[in-house]
Design a binder for this molecule. Sequence first.
Ligand code: EZ4
Ligand code: CO
Length: 403
Amino acid sequence: MSKITAARVIITCPGRNFVTLKIETDSGLHGVGDATLNGRELAVASYLNDHVIPCLIGRDAHKIEDTWQYLYRGAYWRRGPVTMSAIAAVDMALWDIKAKAAGLPLYQLLGGACREGCMVYGHANGVTIEDTLAEAQRYIDRGYRAVRLQSGVPGLASTYGVSKDKDFYEPADADLPTENLWSTEKYLRSAPELFAAAREQLGWDVHLLHDVHHRLTPIEAARLAKDLEPYRLFWLEDAVPAENQANFRLIRQHSTTPLAVGEVFNTIWDCKQLIEEQLVDYIRATVLHAGGITHLKRIANLAELYKVRTGCHGATDLSPVTMAAALHFGLSIPNFGIQEYMRHTADTDAVFPHQYQFADGYLHPGDAPGLGVDIDEPLAEQFPYQRAYLPVNRLEDGSMHDW
Ligand code: EZ4
Ligand code: CO
C-alpha cells in the first residue's frame, strides 16, 4: 500500500499550454501525468481539480486498474476527450509511481523491451514543393528514417501543417481561432505532385507519410489514396473523419495505400470497427487522449489480432510526459509501428526534464526508474497560461469545413 496524500494540477505555457497532474504518496514517491487537451485545457484541469482529485486522496497508488475502473465506470458519463484525458493523467502518474517503487524503467513493468528503440517520424513542411523537400532532406541528414510531408497548396493562402517556424510547428496560434480557407479541388491536384517529386528527389529508402487532417469525403479520399499508390507511402493519415467508421470501407475498396487514423480517438470503442474490419493499418490513439497506458494497452492488444500496428500521435501539444509514456509503451508491445515526434521548444524541455533520447531515427525512453520525466514546478510557474485556440477552416464560399 502506498497512500495518495496529495494531487495537484499544474498549468504552464512554456511556448504552449500544458496541463500536468502530479500525484504524491506517503512513501515519498511522486508521479506525473499529462492532461493537455489542445484549445480546451481548462476543462480538463477543472475535471481533475473539481471531480477527480477529491476521490484520489487516501487511495492506494498501486491499484492502477481499480482506479481506472473507478474513474471510468464511476463517473457514469463515459468516454469523451475531457474525461479520458483526465483519467489518462491519473493512469500515467500511477504507472510512474509503481515503476519508481519497483526501481525499474516503466517498459520493464509492461513486459520488457521488444525492440532497441521506437522509430519516429518528423514533420517536413514548406510553402512550395521545393521548400518541403529541402526540409525533408534536413530530417534525413539528421538520421530520421521516416518523414511526414505537408506542402502549401497553390491558390490557398495557408494550409494545415505548413508553419512559419519550421522546427516548432504550432497550430494553436491565437487567442481566438484563426480562420483558414480550404479547397479540396486544389489540394487533390497538388498532393500527388508533392509525392512524385519527393520520390524523384529523396529516393525510396525513406518512409514518407502524409496527413489529410480529416478534410475529404470517402470517395475523394479513395481517389487520393489511389493517386498516391505509386509513391508507396508509409501511411495516409486521417483521410476522412472517423465518427462514421464505415467511411473507411470505400477507401479500402479502391487502394492499397496504408491508412492511419485515431489521434482524436478516446476509447477502444472508437477503434473497434476499424480494427475488426481491417479498415486501417495503423491506429493513432494516444496514451494521453485515450485513457492512459491501461486503456491503450487494450487497444493495442485488439489491434495485434488483426495485424494493425500503432502509430501514436506525438505533436507538440502532447507534453514530454506523454512522449515518455508513449516510448515505454512502444518499446514493450509487439505491434508497435511508428511514433510521431515533433521537437518541443527549449523552454518546454527545461520545464519537463526528461531521459528519452534520439539516435539514428529512433527514440529510447532511457533507463531511469519510472517514466523518466518530471516537472520543474518553480520554472513552470514562470510561464502562466495563455488562451490559445486551434484554427477553424472554411470553404471558399464561406461554409464551415473540418480543420
Ligand atoms: O493537428 O496535435 O498528426 N498530427 C496532427 C496535429 C494535430 C494537433 C491538434 O492538437 O494532426 O498537428
Ligand atoms: Co494528424
